[in-house]
Design a protein around this ligand. Structure first.
Ligand code: HEM
Length: 146
């Protein structure tokens, strides 16, 4: 009985090893950029977020004099870089960009909320949403009260 069982376990282990080998070279795990839908996904996310910001009285006044075309381009580029996509963010640091705006915590939370709602509306999973939000959270200190 013991011999039969150990043979069975050894065969099962060998089969497992074989099937692991047969999958070929390990594929690199999907980047956050891929999980967000690549260039098109990030463009859609940027547009959806902009719609939220335009409709949110906590955020909209801050963008009253902004160049929205540039913001769209630069924000998408920024997200692409943060998500390990094939982009190089060419804008200024978060502290320099937001200097003089005196962005409040409420506004910061509103921007994060708008981004989260946009990801939900684009059917991005909560796990992927959290992956992006975790990468943006450290920017908080560089954005608010500058
Ligand atoms: C995680 C939070 C945030 C990130 C990652 C972020 C990122 C950016 C980026 C990448 C740009 C474009 C920079 C450029 O044009 O070179 C930008 C511009 C801008 N951001 Fe933010 N931002 C954040 C939060 C906020 C908040 C809370 C506000 C205020 C409600 C805000 C207001 C603006 C405005 C008004 C501009 C346009 C500036 C201009 O063109 O004159 N941002 N932001």
């Amino acid at each position: 009985m013991a011999t039969w069982l150990s043979r069975f376990l050894i065969s099962a282990a060998l089969l497992g090893m074989l099937s692991a080998c047969s999958t070929g070279p390990a594929r690199a795990p999907a980047t956050l950029y891929d999980q967000l839908g690549g260039e098109q996904g990030i463009a859609a996310l940027t547009d959806a977020a902009l719609d939220h910001y335009a409709a949110d009285p906590r955020v909209a006044p801050a963008f009253a004099h902004a160049d929205i075309g540039r913001f769209r381009r630069m924000f998408a580029q920024y997200l692409c870089q943060v998500a390990d996509g094939p982009c190089h963010y060419t804008g200024d640091s978060m502290a320099d960009v937001h200097r003089g705006m005196n962005v409040s915590e409420t506004q910061f939370n509103a921007v994060v909320e708008g981004l989260t709602a946009s990801m939900t509306s684009l059917h991005i999973s909560v796990r992927v949403q959290n992956r992006l939000l975790r990468r943006l959270a450290p920017e908080r200190g560089d954005v608010i009260y500058k």
